[in-house]
Design a protein around this ligand. Structure first.
Ligand SMILES: Cc1cc2nc3c(=O)[nH]c(=O)nc-3n(C[C@H](O)[C@H](O)[C@H](O)COP(=O)(O)OP(=O)(O)OC[C@H]3O[C@@H](n4cnc5c(N)ncnc54)[C@H](O)[C@@H]3O)c2cc1C
Length: 496
C-alpha cells in the first residue's frame, strides 16, 4: 500500500469513509511499533528453512533469524516496477523520472507526463491534476485499461491524453537541466513528438518476484500458497494470510487480509501451545535409561530435547529428537543459544533431569539441604546448566519436573547412612520453592540407587511409595514418566 499506491483513497476500509492507502499503512505500522513489535525494514527474507532444532531459520540479506512459527504475509512478493527500457530512462530516474508517487509536493504545479493506461497510471494522473500539475498522459494502446469511470474522469479533467503513442527516449533539456525532453512515437503512423516536462511518472505495471514462496516446499496453486480454514499451510508451523494465499472464494482486499491475519495469529498461538504440550527436555541421561526414555517419548510423538556433555553419546538419531551438546564456558554457550530455542526450552511442560556422578561434588553437608553450585567448575557443569535453564523458565501452566538421581551412600559422622541423592534433591526442590515462577512445577524425585542392591530408606521417595505403580526396576521408569506426562496433557491448561 505504501509502495504501490500511497495516495490512492481507500473507500472500503471500515471506520473511515475514505483514507489514503499510505496513511492507513502508516497508522498500522505505528500501532505495531507502539506495542513493541520489532520491524526490520529494507531487508527482504530470502529463504526459510526448518532445521533439525525444530526452528524455522530465516535468511535475510544481512542476518539470520530463528522462529518457532512463521506467518507468510508477503502479498504478491517483492516487486519491481516495470521499466520502459528506452534510452535516457536510467539517467533521469530518481530525479526527473519516477515509478511511484512518494512526495506529492514535488509534483505540484509542474509540467508532468504520466506514462501508462492502467488503474495506477489513471488514478495517479487524476491525483496530479488535483494537485495543480499540468498532466499529459501517454499510453501505447488506443484505449485505457483502467476502470471505465476513472478513464472517463481523466478525459474530462486532463487536456492532453495521447493514446497509441510510445515513449522512445528521454534526455534532459540543455541548458535548462531541470526539464526533460521526452520523445514519443505514434505506434501506427511513426510520427514523432517531443514533450518538455519537469517530471515523468512511469506506471506501466509491476513485475512481482515470488522467489521466496517458490523456494519453500509448500503446496501451491497458481503460484499462491494453499491454506486451510486456520490459515495453515502444508508445513506445520508455517501459516499464511493476505494476497499470498489461495482458497476457494478468496478475495484480494485489505479487510480480508486483516481478517485472515487475525486467524493466522490465533492459529500460531494454538500451534505453539500444542507444541509445548508435546515437548520434553531430558538433561544428561545415562546411556541405557536415557536411550529408553528418548525412545518412549519420541515414539509417543513428543519433541524431545536431549542435553548432553561433550564426549557423552549423543546418538539416538530419532525423529522428534534434537541433541544439544552443553559446553564450557557455560555462560558463553548459553548466551549463544538461539533466543527462540531458549524460549522454547523455557516453555516446555516436562523436564527429566538426571543427576549423575558430579552430584557428589556438590557441597552437601551431613545435614544436606544445600545446593551450592560453582558455575565455573567443569565438574558441576550439569548443575550450573540447570540453574541457567531454571532461570529461563516462564510462568506458565502446570508442568512436571522429574529428578532421576544416582547418588552415593556414605556413613555420616554420626554413623548414619548418608544419602547425598536425597539431600541434593531436597536442595534442588528448594530452588523451585525460591523461584516464584517455578511454583507450577510438580517435582517428582526418583532415586535410581533404590533399584540397585544398596538402598536406604531415603531413596524411596514419597512419589514412588504413593504412586502405586509397579516400579520394580529401572525398566519401569520410561513408562511411568510417559504416563505422568500424558496425564498432564489431558488436564486443561490455565491461560497464561
Ligand atoms: C493498485 C492497487 C489498489 C488497491 N486498492 C485496494 C482498495 O482500495 N481496497 C482494498 O481493500 N484493497 C485494495 N487493493 C488490494 C490490497 O492492497 C491487498 O489485498 C492487500 O494489501 C493485501 O495485503 P498483504 O499484506 O497480503 O500484501 P501487501 O499489502 O502486498 O504486503 C506485502 C508486504 O510483504 C513484503 N514482502 C514481500 N516479499 C517479502 C520478502 N521476501 N521479505 C520481506 N518482505 C516481503 C512486501 O514488500 C509488502 O510490504 C489494491 C491493490 C492494488 C495493487
Amino acid at each position: 500500500m505504501r509502495a504501490l499506491y500511497p495516495y490512492k483513497p481507500v473507500y472500503n476500509y471500515p471506520g473511515s469513509s475514505q483514507i489514503l492507502a499510505g496513511e492507513l499503512a502508516q497508522r498500522m505500522l505505528s500501532q505495531v511499533r507502539e506495542i513493541g513489535i520489532q520491524i526490520i525494514e529494507g531487508e527482504p527474507v530470502l529463504d526459510i528453512t526448518r532445521l533439525e532444532d525444530g526452528l524455522f531459520h530465516l535468511a535475510l540479506e544481512q542476518r539470520r533469524l530463528a522462529a518457532r512459527s512463521v506467518i507468510l504475509a508477503c502479498g504478491m512478493g517483492l516487486f519491481e516496477h516495470r521499466r520502459l527500457g528506452v534510452p535516457g530512462e536510467t539517467q533521469l530516474a530518481d530525479h526527473m523520472l519516477f515509478y511511484t508517487l512518494s512526495d506529492l509536493a514535488l509534483w505540484k504545479d509542474k509540467e508532468v507526463a504520466v506514462i501508462g493506461g492502467g488503474n495506477s497510471a489513471v488514478d495517479n494522473a487524476l491525483l496530479l491534476v488535483e494537485q495543480g500539475a499540468r498532466v499529459t498522459v501517454v499510453h501505447r494502446l488506443p484505449e485505457f485499461q483502467a476502470d471505465a469511470g476513472s478513464a472517463a474522469r481523466l478525459r474530462e479533467r486532463c487536456s492532453r491524453v495521447l493514446l497509441g503513442w510510445n515513449a522512445v527516449s528521454f534526455s534532459s533539456r540543455e541548458p535548462a537541466a531541470h526539464e526533460a525532453v521526452m520523445v514519443i512515437e505514434h505506434s501506427q503512423t511513426g510520427e514523432r513528438l517531443s514533450l518538455f516536462v519537469h517530471r515523468i511518472l512511469v506506471n506501466i505495471g509491476i513485475r512481482p518476484n515470488s522467489e521466496l514462496i517458490e523456494k519453500i516446499p509448500l503446496s501451491r496453486e497458481n503460484r499462491l500458497v494453499k491454506v486451510g480454514t486456520e490459515m495453515q499451510t502444508s508445513i506445520p508451523g508455517i501459516f499464511a494470510c493476505g494476497d499470498v494465499v489461495s482458497y476457494p472464494g478468496k478475495t484480494r482486499l485489505i479487510v480480508t487480509a486483516l481478517g485472515e491475519a487475525a486467524t493466522a495469529v490465533n492459529s500460531v498461538a494454538r500451534h505453539l501451545r500444542t507444541e509445548e504440550e508435546k515437548m520434553v527436555l531430558i538433561f544428561f541421561p545415562p546411556r541405557r535409561l536415557g536411550a529408553e526414555l528418548v525412545r518412549s517419548f519420541t515414539e509417543a510423538g513428543y519433541r524431545t530435547f536431549l542435553f548432553v556433555l561433550p564426549g557423552e553419546k549423543a546418538g539416538h538419531s530419532t525423529k522428534n529428537l534434537l541433541t544439544v551438546k552443553v559446553t564450557m564456558p557455560l555462560a558463553r554457550f548459553w548466551n549463544n543459544l538461539d533466543p527462540a530455542l531458549k524460549e522454547m526450552i523455557g516453555r516446555s511442560r516436562a523436564v527429566v533431569n538426571f543427576i549423575g556422578g558430579d552430584f557428589s561434588a556438590l557441597k552437601v553437608s551431613g545435614q544436606g539441604e544445600e545446593w551450592n553450585i560453582d558455575g565455573t567448575a567443569s565438574a558441576q557443569i550439569r548443575f550450573s546448566f540447570l540453574e541457567l535453564v531454571l532461570g529461563n523458565f516462564s510462568p506458565k501452566g502446570k508442568a512436571l519436573w522429574f529428578n532421576l538421581a544416582i547418588g552415593r551412600h556414605k556413613r555420616n559422622e554420626a554413623g548414619g547412612l548418608f544419602c547425598n541423592t536425597k539431600y541434593g534433591l531436597t536442595g534442588l526442590e528448594k530452588a523451585f520453592e525460591l523461584t516464584p515462577k517455578l511454583h507450577n512445577f510438580e517435582v517428582i524425585n526418583i532415586c535410581l540407587t533404590y533399584f540397585t542392591s544398596m538402598h536406604c530408606e531415603h531413596c524411596v521417595t514419597e512419589e514412588l511409595a504413593a504412586s502405586g505403580q509397579p516400579l520394580t526396576g529401572e525398566a519401569d521408569i520410561p513408562r511411568f514418566l510417559l504416563q505422568r506426562v500424558e496425564a498432564l496433557g489431558e488436564k486443561p491448561r490455565p491461560n497464561t
